[in-house]
Design a binder for this molecule. Structure first.
Ligand code: PLP
Length: 401
């Protein structure tokens, strides 16, 4: 079938909440994607930071096929071995004490929100307790997660949202202190802001917020959905700061394309909810957990975190060269294989041109930031190829040297 026919059918059928790029992808291998016309694309978006191990990972596919033939679902009324395996492995790499599997990142954030609320309830704080979240954050689209997302554009059409959420300026400890009161029960943030434009928390900020939470017996909740699973050059980004959250959310790369997330907790956060407080039908089913379990094995076998550090440093150097060369590139931020380039102009036309003309998949963050979140298994030659294609796109679209 012709590409345009697919697109017409999709636009006819789908609820219109996305403006999609006019490409119909068919299959993938390694760090390359192929569309229905057989064209090959270099992928630096990884399905929004999901495909950490790349496409068509043989060992992972075999593990998933094996589990499909055994058992896909049984509900949380019973135990299953893949969930136990995946849970133990996740606790080991995160140094947390308890895990709950979800179907998405948003639901993992909902879990963090419920932990905070349940914790405040147990402490006997009046029902007007408060949670401090960050401006320009992104935590998901459900009403709870949206309530924590510091973006007026996303929030406004759905107000009123969950009450008691105050927004501080990310990386500004004084702004957190200014919002703090005896009502504050928790602080939530992304360790590295993703959608907001690739801003890593500064060490001063994160350790400062941790200290505030400790002094006031409040919970520190970290959203590691995008920056976690090796992407920052640590298994979880907070591990690079010498602090530990009370609870955290994981998703995206955890299932390498299979929808699975988790929230993890320790200490008082691990005991906040009791039987009957939370649940899910699909969450943690044997199929998705067989995938997550294998992903965690492969991260270890392939030494993904070390690889991210090495290639991340190389990507950093190559992108810095572009910043030197082109006036339209004004800032370069990030960690590991989560980097962003800030443009003087909107990123949309450049990203579209790179996709359609240079066959390079890039995604933007905010209005004028290009986000680099490639599969974690990319090699130096993939970085070189990406830089070549991106430089072409910049010259063709922006004409600024
Ligand atoms: C993607 C993302 C979410 C939402 O995850 P979904 O799987 O889309 O529900 C939440 N927080 C962060 C930081 C994300 O990047």
């Amino acid at each position: 079938m012709k590409k345009q026919q697919y697109i017409d059918r999709a636009e006819q059928a789908f609820y219109k909440v996305y403006n999609r790029f006019p490409v119909v992808f068919d299959h993938g291998q390694g760090v390359y994607l192929y569309d229905t016309d057989g064209q090959e694309y270099l992928d630096f978006g990884a399905g929004i930071a999901v495909m950490g191990l790349g496409y068509g990972c043989r060992e992972l596919n075999d593990a998933m096929k094996h589990q499909i033939d055994k058992l896909c679902h049984i509900s949380n009324l019973f135990y299953n071995e893949p969930a136990i395996e995946a849970g133990e492995k996740l606790l080991k790499v995160s140094d947390m004490e308890k895990v709950f599997f979800t179907n998405s990142g948003t639901e993992a954030v909902e879990g963090l929100l419920k932990i905070a609320k349940r914790y405040a309830y147990d402490k006997g704080m009046a029902p007007d307790y408060e949670i401090i979240a960050m401006k320009h954050s992104f935590h998901g689209r459900s009403i709870g997660a949206l309530s924590l997302t510091g973006n007026d554009h996303y929030q406004k059409p759905f107000a009123p949202l969950v009450s008691g959420i105050r927004f501080a300026d990310f990386n500004d400890l004084d702004s957190v202190k200014a919002l703090w009161s005896e009502k504050t029960c928790a602080v939530i943030m992304e360790t590295i802001q993703g959608e907001g434009g690739i801003y890593p928390a500064t060490e001063e900020f994160l350790t400062g917020v941790r200290a505030l939470c400790d002094e006031n017996e409040a919970l520190l909740l970290l959203d590691e959905i995008q920056c976690g699973m090796g992407r920052s050059g640590h298994m979880f980004a907070w591990q690079g700061y010498g602090i530990k959250p009370d609870a955290m959310s994981v998703a995206k790369a955890l299932g390498n394309g299979v929808p699975v997330g988790a929230f993890l907790a320790r200490g008082k956060a691990a005991a906040a909810m009791v039987p009957g407080d939370h649940g899910t039908t699909y969450g943690g089913n044997p199929f998705v957990c067989a995938a997550a379990s294998k992903v965690l094995d492969l991260f270890e076998e392939k030494r993904i975190v070390d690889h991210v550090r090495e290639i991340g440093a190389y990507l950093w150097k190559r992108l810095d060269e572009l910043v030197e060369r082109y006036d339209c590139l004004v800032a370069h931020r990030g960690k590991g294989l989560m980097q962003g380039l800030e443009l003087t102009v909107p990123a949309g036309p450049l990203v579209t041109h790179a996709l359609l003309e240079e066959k390079l998949v890039l995604i933007s963050a905010g209005r004028n930031i290009i986000r680099f979140v490639p599969p974690l298994v990319i090699e130096k030659q993939d970085v070189d190829e990406m830089v070549k294609r991106l430089a072409n796109a910049i010259e063709e679209v922006i004409f600024q040297k």
